[in-house]
Write a protein that binds this ligand. Structure first.
Ligand code: ADP
Length: 781
């Protein structure tokens, strides 16, 4: 145990080696000094009390071997541990003879250095206190198992540490001869132990060696034995051995060595840089370095010395993770090579760090660094070209993406991120193949491969998965991006068609619904048509019944009416005796009422016929002039009675004109219009009938100087049963059917009828037109 800090002098011409050792040993609690050559070393030794010196054999100027005797002679209490690259047995043996306690090989394994230094200092302490009264205390307080033997190999003493090494008790050993420890060691190991013991008794130094030891519970341990002969007055009187359990260290060494060997054999034909480090991050193996650095130059140094400082943190973090999780990790670094070679500039490496594990711990790592400079530069070019279209891309409504061959993203525009619910920060962790929904993955991978070999793919239909798991249907194109002849990325432009597809689906469904609806409708129409057909049949039957009823009624009504009219006429003529005044008046009333009733029945019958579509024109050649003149005769008597003047102004073009028409119906129209004129014109008024030809029509008008028709009534008087209140000068009430019937008859001929009146007391004019169908022409054709 160190109560005071022990001072160690590191003698080595390479400053880096000194620094590495110094850092490690300082962290172990030692006080360290440095010397770059033999002279400096002697200087330091003179000025300080130095417990231990680590001495480099190969040094410019005075070499380690030359310096060694001087140290031994002048500073016998300083133990020397030798460090050398050349594992040259002769040199080692030569040094051992000169009293070097231990040697460590270069490239350095810092654990080995610590172990060796520990052992040497322990031995030094033991030597010093060999004769010391405090021997016991030191003996017990040692870190390692200590054994003292007499000349014959009998175990004299052993310390408490023995329990930690295999669970043995002092009693198991004290008093026994080392040759008899068959339970503790394999036979082979025992032979080695015995041989080395004899050598030492013969005065020969034996370097530390390893044996296999069996614990009490049967476990196998690797134990390092470092023993020195104990002399008294020049004579060897016994042996002092330090036993140390190096099983774990051994395993680590083995794993590292295996990795080293494995990588050495594998890395002959790889472009990657492969580094094997131990758990102090010291490079144990490297397959290549960037010139002028050589692999030999960096082996033994920590990786931090090889890699520029700005990357140390990234590396340290990654290594921390590897040691903690015992799982591979990776990181990307940029190495600024411009100091070494300005032409190289910055190199990019992606490094995968794989732990080397024993069953208990991580003992080192294998770092595989792939040069991704080409890729990085390509992406830089790509990014620059994208920069040029940046605003277009940024503002685009379409989703635009740039993806590396491994599916990771170089770029995605805001529309892309927004549609899928991601942010810019999510992008580095995303992979296109995870974005594509499983249902279209196989298809997309196929297309992706096509693009990667240089084909542009159009009309892609795919399903993406949004961050929240929603399905996004897209359509678009993908094109390869080249740097030189290589496709370095695929660029895709997509459009979210989820809504459109949904709408299409909806329309499809609606269409389907409409189709069934149409079919139903057709069914309904069929049903309705059937119903209507029935209804029409019913209506026809009803009409038939109506017509039959009407003709029946006319017969039934007209027969008694004829009797009423006939007999009341006979009574008026007083043929069968004179009537007194009252009787004559009543009979006259009966006659007039009878005649009114008859005309009403006739009109109703005519109208019913028209409405039932049964009225037909009975066509013949008609001379309009004659027809008009004869219709004036019909009201002559009435006109005379009321002192109305009648005038006819008939154009001579009508003189010989014969048209095809229904004479009886036209006469009825003229009779209706003229009797209305007479009826609604006060005494001494005038009625004028005019007729002439206008183009292919005959125009006839009947003008009176009567009461006129108010504007609001003009539109209604052609409706059935419409009568303007008041105005008729004689008592005979009208039927309200004359004008509608006339209208029907005129229209049956293809003509029109209308009224013109400037209002009350301003007289009326009824005008109708008839198309000319000339009888003579008809005959000719
Ligand atoms: P009626 O004459 O039998 O009442 P109409 O159909 O012939 O039935 O005539 C309908 C109505 O039109 C009449 O009641 C009358 O009010 C009005 N009217 C017809 N002709 C004339 C006319 N020349 N002058 C004023 N009013 C008329």
């Amino acid at each position: 145990m160190t109560t005071e800090r022990e001072t160690i002098l590191i003698i080595d011409d390479e400053e880096l080696v000194r620094q590495v050792i110094r850092r490690k040993l300082s962290s172990e609690g030692y006080h360290c000094l440095e010397a770059a050559n033999a002279d400096q070393a002697l200087d330091e030794l003179k000025r300080n009390a130095i417990e231990l010196a680590i001495l480099d054999i190969k040094m410019p100027g005075k070499s380690g071997i030359e310096l060694l005797p001087e140290i031994k002679e002048h500073y016998p209490d300083t133990v020397v541990v030798m460090a050398t690259i050349i594992a040259d047995t002769n040199t080692v043996i030569q040094c051992m003879r000169q009293g070097v306690f231990d040697y460590i090989s270069k490239p350095l394994n810092l654990d080995e250095v610590v172990l060796s230094v520990g052992r040497a200092l322990e031995m030094r302490r033991l030597r010093l206190i060999e004769s010391d009264k405090q021997y016991r205390t030191v003996f017990e307080s040692a870190n390692d198992v200590l054994l003292s033997l007499d000349r014959r190999g009998k175990i004299l003493d052993v310390n408490e540490k023995l329990k930690e090494l295999g669970g043995y008790e002092k009693e198991d050993l004290i008093g026994k001869n080392i040759r008899s420890l068959t339970k503790m060691m394999s036979k082979k190991s025992l032979v080695v132990v015995a041989k080395n013991f004899l050598k030492r008794m013969a005065g020969i130094n034996v370097p530390p060696y390893e044996v296999e030891m069996v614990t009490k519970s049967g476990e196998l341990l690797t134990v390092e034995i470092n023993a020195v002969a104990i002399r008294r007055e020049g004579k060897v009187i016994g042996d002092l051995a330090i036993l140390r359990n190096v099983t774990e260290h051994k395993k680590a060494e083995k794993a590292l060595r295996e990795s080293e060997e494995k990588w050495r054999s594998l890395t002959g034909n790889t472009d990657d840089t492969i580094v094997v480090t131990d758990n102090n991050d010291v490079i144990r193996y490297i397959n290549r370095t960037i010139p002028p650095t050589t692999p030999e130059g960096v082996i033994g140094k920590t990786i931090y010395e090889y890699v520029s400082e700005e990357n140390h943190n990234i590396m340290r973090e990654s290594l921390k993770r590897v040691y903690k999780k015992r799982e591979p990790d990776s990181y990307e670094v940029a190495l600024d090579m411009s100091k070494i070679d300005p032409e190289i500039g910055t190199l990019w490496f992606r490094t995968k760090v794989v732990p080397i594990k024993t069953d208990k711990q991580v003992v080192g790592t294998i770092m595989v660094a792939t040069d991704i400079t080409e890729r990085k530069r390509a992406e830089e070019v790509l990014r620059e070209s994208e920069e040029r279209y940046r605003t277009v891309i940024q503002d685009a409504h379409d989703m635009i993406q740039s993806v590396r061959p491994d599916g990771s993203f170089i770029f995605a525009n805001p529309a892309w991120l927004q549609t899928l619910g991601y942010t810019e920060e999510d992008l580095p962790g995303l992979n296109m193949f995870n974005i594509i929904h499983p249902e279209s993955l196989a298809h997309c991978q196929e297309l992706f491969t096509k693009v990667m070999v240089g084909e542009a793919v159009q009309d892609i239909s795919a399903t993406f998965t949004a961050k929240d798991g929603r399905k996004i249907l897209v359509e678009g194109n993908a094109t390869p991006r080249y740097i030189g002849d290589n496709v370095v990325a695929t660029q895709g432009i997509f459009r979210d068609v989820t809504e459109r597809k949904r709408a299409e689906e909806e329309i499809k469904q609606l269409y389907e619904q409409l189709k069934t609806f149409n079919i139903e409708l057709e069914e309904k129409i069929k049903e309705r048509t059937k119903e209507l057909e029935v209804a029409v049949k019913d209506a026809e039957a009803a009409n038939q019944a109506k017509s039959e009823f009407l003709s029946g009624m006319s017969h039934e009504l007209r027969t008694p009416l004829t009797a009423i009219i006939g007999f009341s006429q006979v009574l008026t003529e007083q043929y069968f005796g004179e009537l007194n005044e009252k009787q004559a008046e009543y009979v006259k009333d009966i006659l007039e009422s009878g005649e009114h009733l008859l005309s009403l029945i006739n009109d109703i019958l005519d109208l019913a016929k028209v409405e039932a579509g049964k009225a037909e024109l009975e066509l013949s050649s008609v001379n309009m002039k004659e027809l008009l003149e004869s219709s004036l005769v019909m009201i002559k008597e009435k006109a005379l009675k009321h002192s109305l003047s009648l005038e006819a102004r008939l154009s001579s073009v009508l003189d010989n004109l014969l048209i095809i028409a229904d004479q009886r119906k036209l006469k009825q129209v003229m009779f209706n219009l003229l009797s209305n004129a007479a009826k609604f014109t006060p005494d001494h008024g005038r009625i004028t009938v005019e007729a002439g030809r206008e183009g292919e029509e005959i125009m006839v008008s009947i003008t009176d100087t009567g009461i006129g028709i108010a504007l609001k009534d003009q539109g209604n008087i052609f409706d059935e049963f419409y009568q303007v209140r008041s105005g008729a000068k004689d008592k005979t009430p009208g039927t309200g059917l004359g004008l509608p019937l006339s209208k029907h008859f005129i229209e049956m001929h293809g003509g029109r009828i209308w009224v013109e009146s400037e209002g009350k007391s301003k007289g009326s004019r009824f005008i109708f037109s008839l198309p000319i169908r000339e009888a003579n022409q008809d005959k000719e054709t």
